[in-house]
Design a protein around this ligand. Sequence first.
Ligand SMILES: *[C@@H]1O[C@H](CO)[C@@H](O)[C@H](O)[C@H]1NC(C)=O
Ligand SMILES: *[C@@H]1O[C@H](CO)[C@@H](O)[C@H](O)[C@H]1NC(C)=O
Ligand SMILES: *[C@@H]1O[C@H](CO)[C@@H](O)[C@H](O)[C@H]1NC(C)=O
Ligand SMILES: *[C@@H]1O[C@H](CO)[C@@H](O)[C@H](O)[C@H]1NC(C)=O
Ligand SMILES: *[C@@H]1O[C@H](CO)[C@@H](O)[C@H](O)[C@H]1NC(C)=O
Ligand SMILES: *[C@@H]1O[C@H](CO)[C@@H](O)[C@H](O)[C@H]1NC(C)=O
Ligand SMILES: *[C@@H]1O[C@H](CO)[C@@H](O)[C@H](O)[C@H]1NC(C)=O
Ligand SMILES: *[C@@H]1O[C@H](CO)[C@@H](O)[C@H](O)[C@H]1NC(C)=O
Length: 738
Amino acid sequence: MAPLRYTLLALLVFLSDRSAATDTVSPGDVLAGKDRLVSKNGKFALGFFEGPVYTDNGESSAPMWFLGIWFNTVPNLTTVWVANGAEPIMDGASAAGTSPELTISGDGDLVALHPAAKSITWSTQSANVSTKNTTNNTAAVLLNSGNLVLLDTSNQSEPRTLWQSFDHPTDSLLPGAKFGRDKLTGLNRRLVSKKSMAGPSPGAYCFEVDPDTPQLILKLCNSSITYWSSGAWNGQYFSGIPELIGNSPGFHLAFFNNSREEYLQFNVSNEAFVTRNFIDVDGRDKQQVWLDASQDWLTLYSNPKVQCEVYGICGPYSVCSYSLLPLCSCMKGFSVRSVKDWEQARDMQKDKRRVTIGVVVGASVAALAVLVFVVVLFIIRRNKNKNSSQNCGSLVAFRYKDLRSATKNFSEKIGEGGFGSVFKGQLRDSTGIAVKSLDGSSQGDKQFRAEVRSIGTIQHINLVNLIGFCSDGDSRFLVYEHMPNRSLDTHLFRSNVKFLDWSTRYQIALGVARGLCYLHESCHDRIIHCDIKPQNILLDASFLPKIADFGMAKFVGRDFSRVLTTMRGTMGYLAPEWISGTPITPKVDVYSYGMVLLELVSGRRNSVRSEEYTTSTSTDTDGSHAAVYFPMQASRKLLDGDVMSLLDQKLCGEADFKEVEKVCKIACWCIQEDEVDRPTMGQVVQILEGVLDCDMPPLPRLLQRIFERPSSVSSTSVLLFLSVSNSMLPFGQQLIKS
Ligand SMILES: *[C@@H]1O[C@H](CO)[C@@H](O)[C@H](O)[C@H]1NC(C)=O
Ligand SMILES: *[C@@H]1O[C@H](CO)[C@@H](O)[C@H](O)[C@H]1NC(C)=O
Ligand SMILES: *[C@@H]1O[C@H](CO)[C@@H](O)[C@H](O)[C@H]1NC(C)=O
Ligand SMILES: *[C@@H]1O[C@H](CO)[C@@H](O)[C@H](O)[C@H]1NC(C)=O
Ligand SMILES: *[C@@H]1O[C@H](CO)[C@@H](O)[C@H](O)[C@H]1NC(C)=O
Ligand SMILES: *[C@@H]1O[C@H](CO)[C@@H](O)[C@H](O)[C@H]1NC(C)=O
Ligand SMILES: *[C@@H]1O[C@H](CO)[C@@H](O)[C@H](O)[C@H]1NC(C)=O
Ligand SMILES: *[C@@H]1O[C@H](CO)[C@@H](O)[C@H](O)[C@H]1NC(C)=O
């Protein structure tokens, strides 16, 4: 621990050069104004800062002085601890040019003093523990962990901790800090949200260890209302957040319960890593890591996932509804009272549309609430039904000679598939059709039946419409609506076809996601398409995407979550579980969809080697060799915040950056090696629609790997994709050896 010698040395340095950083306040030292304590590793700083105080009405005061600890390497002030969030140490404005002073008091406490009155405005109040004879032997040290400790250094070989900031957390939990209760003293270390982003005044939301069960709860601080819980700790993870595995390389999380204490703690093996768990002003618990390359926080997860689950987010007599914009609106018969509060809630919600219903506060209006709930639910249902185009028109059984005349004796061939050819035709009412002829083999017959069974019974605007079929002797035909703009791969990979602008690509991504979501979630049987690729995404006259080719589709009964089946699909889009031979779930489509998204962004095939990418990857800091694999490239650029360089050059940079980033994030999330790490298509639709934030690309594996190799972000993404790429052996692309 910090020996006195070091303290003295630090003091000398401090005296000789006031601007040089020290991590210690010793008796006689005074820290004021812009003076800082900086932890030895340079990661944390402690000092005074100015910020407004927020009242319950959301009104802010003139800036006041606070004492706090923040990340020294993050440019925007991001506090991890504030000494006095509820009560500022001193007026800012009224005492221009002066600031409070931090020093060791006569009885050995660390105190903040008003500079003129010399009155104590904040204190560690440990005087009971220390005694008068330690006055000259106490020191406050800002440790590398971000913990500010007050030490009794009278026994140099064994300094005693008199007080520590880790015992009085504010809104953030740092690695190594205990989060929970000391059963002997009754101390409850819990997190309290801030009322506003701009100042440290404490807000209404608390995050703490449930005294009865080994779980974490989010609640209203002043009441027993719990709006989210993590589920019980099972020794490895909390049942409600399985993505947060306790024992991953580089990242350790554990829940302890013994006779003295019950607490949660997480550690990261690399101390240089800047990460925090905090409760945000919106009442959600978030885990974030700081990425130097993009100079921004990456949210690894946040809970609850859905904002409307946060209790009272809208205030009394308001309803929280995802179908409303902004999120909060007054209930009938009520009007906005505190405009500031209201605006704050709205800001918080900006850019978000919602899909379900949240919380209504106020028991007296509960009945009305139920009514609103039902009405909004009804509207949502209706809209949903509208989208998935109703009437399951029955299939037409064509006669062979009708098809022959409609296709002018099968003269205009527009496609060639695995099991047959596709011809263009026209019905008598001039409806354009595409007629697919399947060969008479048993494979062809299988495909025929699969297709009639699947898309013959379901209808959705983003699924190609099967009009009818023809079974005549050995010949099998399927008749579809004609798609004048052919398939997505034509537009992406061929140079002689009009290329798609960004907004069209985004609409295609959304349409395909909706179609898949419908297949996976809305039908009587779950349907897994099994062969999602650009060739099977057709475009109608207005470039609306339609998923086609259900010949490989697999049905999974409602009661089953997975199905064992023979390998099917197309190399380059195959999820790893196909190769490992485990039973599959709809997540195989999610994987393929992720691969398609990357191709949609880049306008190039994922699996093609390219010289230009070779040159850029060869500069990898970790010396790994050129990995000519676009998905890996994409993940790295994503982490570097440089997604625009991934964009199809034909677009000349003309695309909405936020949208490109969103699509890349989703893609990287979809192609996670482990199916449980991938989103559902429902989540993808919500993110693309802007309903769900993708600020939680829940990269558990990425998380692990970042923690393992924090020094270089690019190496982490390489590691992230190591597993993916290894499972892509059919490509014959040997990627990296770790
Ligand atoms: C200090 O001692 C006084 C009186 O003995 C007690 O009331 C107070 O709670 C103690 N303070 C702390 C921080 O233990
Ligand atoms: C304070 O000093 C007295 C006399 O030097 C000593 O007996 C006592 O143990 C000291 N107290 C502590 C807490 O160190
Ligand atoms: C602390 O140090 C000051 C100045 O060095 C001295 O006057 C005072 O007696 C010391 N107090 C104790 C309790 O040793
Ligand atoms: C300091 O602490 C060590 C370890 O507990 C102990 O052995 C030693 O006697 C103490 N020294 C003094 C001066 O109290
Ligand atoms: C919670 O209660 C404390 C004391 O009873 C009060 O000072 C504080 O303002 C309350 N906080 C909220 C958010 O109601
Ligand atoms: C800790 O263990 C005790 C005794 O087994 C139990 O009563 C208590 O509820 C546990 N605490 C938590 C938070 O699980
Ligand atoms: C974190 O590190 C501390 C100190 O090395 C250790 O005592 C604790 O058990 C670790 N906690 C976890 C969850 O690994
Ligand atoms: C830092 O502050 C600037 C200016 O307020 C803001 O534009 C930027 O988004 C902030 N960065 C982060 C990472 O919060």
